[in-house]
Write a protein of this length. Structure first.
Length: 358
């Protein structure tokens, strides 16, 4: 099935309570698949096409405040419209899942794939000092697997989580093993697991969920508590994959669909006797800086491959602290490079710079 379809099926099977979304290419199959499956007749999951992206994210805010497993999905311009709501949810420390299947921009741009929402996702996106936990799938299988992982992390840290995919992963079809069905949590389980939620205050003091605090000293303390939580996430939840890095003279760093292209490029380069390894960040925030820095110490250079003009390269440069050359190769406008283009870029950058096109 398609990556978008895998998201929908996994959500139903994971016992998600509610989905609130709005159609936009290239992620519309998430909502369409949920509508076709009619989970409200089987698991009781609510599926609602809201009147706008703004409405959808605020419905997520309300559902999350009551301790429910709720989610939304969209594509780049739609996620931009959701940013204020995501900031509110982060400020109120609520768990939820946002899926972004990226398309090219800026503006309406193109419906073709892109990875140009990296900055938006990892550097905040909305207003204020906050972070979302960002997972970058590189296969249809990971699209399904990361639904459960995203909710696990979201509830563990009471923080929004995002699956940051791109149009390639959302639209491509692969075999996928879906998770087993889990029953939706009962109201008693939600009350037990989410003592902070607005579940009715009989027998306890009311829970007040808000991101507003007019006293600056109190607001500073709230921000400091958030920063401590983010530091804990950074220490505990970095995820990455290394392929053929042990003997690598050069590293390719890539995520999502570019990691798949880079893996094939790595294989082609090794056939030519160039020892190349692939480092794939799975969590884009928190970024696996320490692991990348440790691996980079044994290499001569890093090529960052992205479907953008150069965004993740900044985190790579920060990770290695200028200890070796870091270069970028990317395509824009929805053009997806083939592996040989990546090999050529590697050669022109590090092996024989005199071949580089001026």
């Amino acid at each position: 099935m398609k990556g978008n379809e895998a998201i929908a099926h996994a959500a139903i099977r994971m016992g998600v309570d509610g989905y609130f979304g709005y159609p936009i290419t290239p992620q519309s199959e998430v909502l369409e698949t949920l509508a076709e499956q009619k989970p409200w007749e089987t698991t009781g999951m609510v599926v609602l096409q809201a009147e706008s992206e703004l409405a959808a994210i605020n419905m997520v805010y309300g559902g999350a405040g009551s301790g429910k497993m709720v989610m939304t999905s969209s594509s780049s311009p739609g996620v931009s419209l959701k940013q204020e709501g995501i900031s509110y949810i982060a400020g109120a420390e609520l768990p939820c899942l946002v899926v972004n299947v990226m398309r090219g921009g800026p503006g309406l741009g193109t419906i073709q794939p892109s990875q140009a929402d990296y900055f938006q996702t990892t550097k905040g996106g909305g207003h204020g000092d906050y972070h979302v936990i960002a997972l970058a799938p590189a296969s249809v299988q990971e699209m399904a697997d990361f639904v459960g992982l995203a909710f696990e992390l979201a509830f563990k840290y009471r923080n929004p989580a995002m699956i940051l995919a791109d149009g390639v992963i959302g639209q491509m079809m692969e075999k996928v093993v879906l998770p087993d069905f889990r029953p939706r949590r009962t109201e008693e389980e939600i009350i037990d697991q989410c003592p902070w939620a607005t579940t009715g205050c009989k027998g306890r003091r009311p829970n007040v969920i808000t991101s507003l605090e007019l006293d600056p000293a109190t607001m500073e303390q709230r921000n400091l508590q958030l920063q401590a939580k983010y530091a804990d996430i950074q220490a505990r939840e970095c995820r990455y994959e290394e392929i053929d890095c042990e003997d690598a003279d050069y590293l390719i760093v890539a995520f999502g669909s570019c990691a798949r292209i880079a893996q094939k490029a790595m294989e082609h380069a090794r056939e030519e006797g160039i020892h190349v390894g692939l480092f794939r960040p799975i969590t884009l925030w928190p970024f696996p800086s320490e692991a990348l820095a440790a691996r980079a110490r044994q290499t001569r250079g890093i090529l960052v491959v992205e479907l953008n003009s150069g965004q993740m390269i900044e985190d790579v440069e920060l990770a290695v602290r200028c200890s070796l050359p870091v270069e970028h190769f990317g395509r824009l406008g929805g053009i997806v490079p083939d592996p040989d283009e990546v090999v050529d870029a590697l050669k022109q950058t590090f092996i024989n710079p005199s071949l580089k096109t001026k």
